[in-house]
Design a protein around this ligand. Structure first.
Ligand code: AMP
Length: 138
C-alpha cells in the first residue's frame, strides 16, 4: 500500500490551509461537510492523526472516528428529520477511495429517497446552513 501523503486535501483542511465547513471537533477527530453531498447533510468524520484508510488505521483512530460518527449521526437524524443514516468508508482506489486520509461518510437518509450521484458540487449556501443545523443539534 502506498504511504500516507501529508499533502492530501483532508490533511490540508486539518492544517487550515484550505477551508472547510466545520461541524465538530474533539482532541482526536474532526467533522466537516462534504462539498459534493450525496444526501442533504452529508458530512465526513476524520481522525486528526495521519492514516490512509481502514487498512492502516489504528484501533484507537477507528474507535475515535466511530464514536464521533455516532454523535454526528444522531444529531443528523434530528437536524434533517432523517429516517436513517448511511455510513460509508472506502479504502484504496479499487475500493472507491479518492482522498487518502481515513474518512467516514455520514449520509442522512429520507425514506424512499435515493442517494445522489458522486462528484457533483453542492450549493455552498445550503451546505453552510446544514453545518449550522448539525451544530445546533449537537
Ligand atoms: P472518497 O475518498 O471516495 O470516500 O470520497 C472523498 C469525498 O471527499 C467525496 O465525497 C468528496 O465530495 C469529498 N471532498 C473532496 N474534497 C473536499 C473538500 N475540499 N471539502 C469537503 N469534501 C471534499
Amino acid at each position: 500500500m502506498p504511504s500516507y501523503d501529508s499533502e492530501n486535501v483532508f490533511a490540508k483542511i486539518l492544517k487550515g490551509d484550505i477551508p472547510s465547513f466545520k461541524v465538530f471537533e474533539d482532541d482526536l477527530t474532526y467533522c466537516f461537510m462534504d462539498i459534493m453531498p450525496r444526501s442533504n447533510g452529508h458530512c465526513l468524520v476524520i481522525p486528526k492523526t495521519p492514516c490512509r484508510n481502514l487498512l492502516d488505521a489504528s484501533p484507537a483512530q477507528l474507535a475515535a472516528c466511530i464514536a464521533t460518527a455516532n454523535k454526528i449521526a444522531n444529531a443528523a437524524m434530528s437536524a434533517f428529520s432523517a429516517d436513517g443514516v448511511t455510513l460509508q468508508q472506502f479504502s484504496e482506489a479499487a475500493g472507491g477511495q479518492e482522498v487518502f486520509h481515513l474518512h467516514f461518510h455520514i449520509l442522512p437518509r429520507i425514506e424512499g429517497k435515493a442517494m445522489g450521484p458522486a462528484g457533483v458540487m453542492g450549493d455552498m449556501a445550503v451546505i453552510k446552513e446544514n453545518a449550522e443545523k448539525l451544530k445546533a443539534a449537537l
